[in-house]
Design a protein around this ligand. Structure first.
Ligand code: CA
Ligand code: CA
Ligand code: CA
Ligand code: CA
Length: 318
């Protein structure tokens, strides 16, 4: 499967006076690992925030399904520990242990982005995959799986939205100075499972009687219940006073589609018959049919014999 993921977005670093510095980025698909995106933030301050749109592109020739998004165990570090962090007011006893605090103050949100605006829209059915502080929604020992089930046809692109922000905890936020958090996001695509062609046949035609010597259309409906199109041989067998088979005719039907197939049978013997339609290995029937004598129309007036009398004129003349 050829899933390529790129990421573009914005980072906003908030200044003490409330203004902010905004940086945009548009990272192409990583060459070495085209479905893994690395998330890495550090040196953040309260209210810093950012957003990322992950574009998921099926670069293969077969349909796929984004089945899950795997977030690796996160790693964290204290990074720099300047004096405001290690001697936080009001106690003067600061953050000096090895357990960084950014994971407790960094909020992340990820959702199935359907309209591409990178705004979570509940009314569009966009589904939240992660929402909470890193420490609460991810683990630093095991991976986190988000189920998504998003069909991605060959050549198609879909999106996953992502936002992050540092919550404001006032003066205690000094404890995140220099701290960093990292994790990898892996997008998992499986090949779309397609079922092979499978045919059902249904008698569409039904006539109680037909006439001897007259061609009879036999119409059957053949349905392909598989995902993939295919061809199938359709035939009708008849049993009765005379027996035989008409067809087969080959018909090609797309996946999840049906078609009417017409065959023609000319009964030659008067009697009662049953017809059985078959498409591939599926059959439907028997369907009874009565063959009646064909009426004979008279093409000339009836001829009547005229008696002929022979007279012996000799007798009459005596
Ligand atoms: Ca630190
Ligand atoms: Ca921590
Ligand atoms: Ca949206
Ligand atoms: Ca810290």
């Amino acid at each position: 499967m050829d899933l390529k993921v790129d990421a573009k977005g914005t980072i906003r670093l908030i200044n003490p006076d409330g203004s902010y510095n905004e940086t945009t980025f548009d990272w192409p698909t990583p060459v070495d690992d085209p479905d893994v995106c690395h998330f890495d933030v550090g040196n953040l301050a309260p209210l810093d925030n950012g957003e990322i749109t992950y574009s998921l592109h099926n670069d293969g020739s077969r349909g796929g399904v984004i089945t899950s998004i795997t977030v690796s165990p996160y790693t964290e570090g204290e990074g720099l520990n300047p004096e405001p962090e290690t001697a936080m007011p009001p106690t003067g006893i600061g953050d000096t242990d090895l357990d960084a605090e950014l994971d407790e103050q960094l909020h992340i949100m990820m959702w199935n982005e359907t309209d591409g605006d990178n705004v979570y829209n509940a009314t569009l059915g966009e589904m939240i995959l992660l929402d909470g502080k890193v420490k609460d929604v991810l683990s630093n020992t095991t991976a986190t799986e988000c189920s998504i089930m998003n069909q991605l046809d060959a050549g198609q692109t879909k999106y996953v939205g992502f936002k992050w922000w540092v919550q404001d905890h006032g003066v205690l936020s000094n404890e995140i100075m220099g701290d960093w958090v990292q994790f990898d996001i892996t997008f998992n695509m499986d090949q779309l499972k397609l079922t092979a062609p499978s045919f059902n046949v249904t008698e569409k035609w039904h006539a109680a009687t037909v006439e001897k010597g007259v061609a009879l259309p036999i119409i059957v409906n053949v349905e392909n219940t598989g995902d993939i199109g295919g061809s199938v041989a359709v035939s009708v067998a008849y049993a009765g006073a005379a027996s035989g088979t008409v067809g087969p005719v080959s018909v090609t039907i797309a996946g999840h589609a049906n078609a009417n197939v017409t065959l023609s049978w000319t009964p030659t013997v008067v009697g009662s018959y049953t017809l059985t339609a078959t498409a591939g290995s599926s059959s439907k029937g028997p369907q009874p049919v009565e063959v009646t004598p064909r009426p004979v129309s008279l093409t000339s007036p009836p001829r009547f014999m005229t008696p002929v009398y022979l007279w012996d004129h000799r007798n009459l003349s005596t």
